[in-house]
Design a protein around this ligand. Structure first.
Ligand SMILES: Nc1ccn([C@@H]2O[C@H](COP(=O)(O)OP(=O)(O)OP(=O)(O)O)[C@@H](O)[C@H]2O)c(=O)n1
Ligand SMILES: C[C@](O)(CO)[C@H](O)COP(=O)(O)O
Length: 234
């Protein structure tokens, strides 16, 4: 059986949210954001290890609530300057037995187990897989003055979320190649690293509930979403 390793990146500074407390450690829907994701992934028996990537100052002195998980299946790694660097550090610390890897943003606390399973099952087929949602609004490209330049077709456009899953050797190679080629730092997700190498990555259905807390107002949105039952769309 292929063992699954998870990297949860929580190494960012949350500059768009602002405030004194790091966003990924703040509470949403009854517990710290990171703990929501950590417990969701650990509830899946195939998950052998979850690496939580924390900013340097927290990695050596983690918040005590992080141990309200299965400590036998949890490791802490040190974050890097960019998201990609944090992912890369987490990948290095995953035990060798983990041949499939799921990568997730701590900033998406409401990830559901069915959504994780959709990504995991697709990645186990031997290619990349990401949670995503089709674009439903009409899209406009604008100039620097906010004047519309054109309407962009939304056909075939999807919004990327996390988790994103890959065979381990594939994503490790994609990170290594991106570092060599000098575009590692600019990648905003892991699928992008594979796309540039021509490695196949498929979308599976994501969820509106798995929103990314990016700006201060997103905390209120996440609280509302937490109480929303998506039923089969979870
Ligand atoms: N150097 C970094 C940057 C980001 N992340 C993580 O990547 C996820 C997605 O990033 P984002 O939401 O953009 O978080 P921040 O980078 O912290 O936010 P900002 O860009 O507003 O500073 C978050 O869980 C964040 O903690 C990380 O582990 N290491
Ligand atoms: C990985 C991601 O969450 C997919 O939507 C997103 O790209 C992270 O981007 P950010 O620039 O770190 O907010």
């Amino acid at each position: 059986m292929s063992r699954v390793g998870v990297v949860i990146v929580a190494g960012g500074s949350g500059s768009r949210v602002g405030g004194a407390e790091l966003k990924q450690l703040r509470w949403v829907a009854g517990k710290p954001m990171l703990l929501h994701s950590l417990q969701a992934f650990q509830s899946i028996p195939e998950v052998a290890m979850v690496v939580c990537v924390l900013p340097k100052q927290y990695a050596g002195d983690p918040p005590p609530w992080i141990f309200q998980s299965d400590p036998e299946r949890m490791l802490i790694s040190v974050g890097g300057k960019t998201r990609a660097e944090s992912v890369s550090n987490g990948l290095e610390d995953l035990p060798a037995e983990c041949t499939t890897v799921l990568i997730h943003d701590a900033a998406r606390p409401l990830v559901s187990v069915p959504m994780i399973r959709r990504v995991m099952d697709e990645a186990k087929k031997g290619h990349g897989a990401i949670a995503a949602l089709p674009v439903v609004d009409t899209l406009k490209r604008v100039d620097a003055d906010g004047r519309i330049v054109e309407t962009v077709s939304r056909e075939m456009l999807w919004r990327a979320q996390t988790p994103q899953g890959f065979p381990r050797d594939v994503i490790v190679q994609a990170h290594a190649e991106a570092k060599r080629a000098g575009w590692h730092a600019e990648a905003t997700d892991d699928a992008a690293l594979c796309e540039r190498l021509g490695i196949a990555v498929h979308v599976v259905r994501g969820s509106e509930r798995a929103l990314k807390v990016t700006e201060a107002a997103d905390f209120a949105r996440a609280e509302l979403m937490a109480g929303w039952n998506e039923g089969d769309d979870a």
